[in-house]
Design a protein around this ligand. Sequence first.
Ligand code: RP5
Length: 166
Amino acid sequence: MSKKVGIVMGSDSDLPVVEKAISMLESFDVPCEVHVFSAHRTPVEARDFALNARKNGFGAIIAAAGMAAHLAGALAANTTLPVIGIPVKSKYLDGIDALLSTVQMPTGIPVATVAIDGAGNAALLAIQMLAIEDAALAQKLDEKRAKDAAAVLEKDRALAAKLAGN
Ligand code: RP5
């Protein structure tokens, strides 16, 4: 059994985005634990989760937050596990606020930031981190890449047939 991935979101309103990460982890049979902890509304719980994450069996943490999104950085400040930030799009600035807040970490406390609402890639990156020490998981990643490539090539064939009028 691989290590767990911790998923922390700043609000339950982030769940529709985070669900894509949960389902991706499930598709790889990677265990995850999901929490709502906010860097500003529940800073103590967010800090304690990060402080204890390594000893609690986590191998990576995904942090999803919108607006002035300092959750990923706040978690990263309290653990040396890799932290992956998902900037969540809100209704005001199309997610640019969360993107810049998450990605622009000063030297010393890194956050690996994925695209705005990029929950699937956040999960895949966490899986790739766990797969460094897990050959079976690495094999599953290879299989997914091959399956995804085959799907694109099938679309290419379908497009060629359509354009040729077949
Ligand atoms: C952030 O503020 C959360 O991550 C969420 O994306 C955003 C809005 O939160 P709610 O007002 O919906 O609780 O902290």
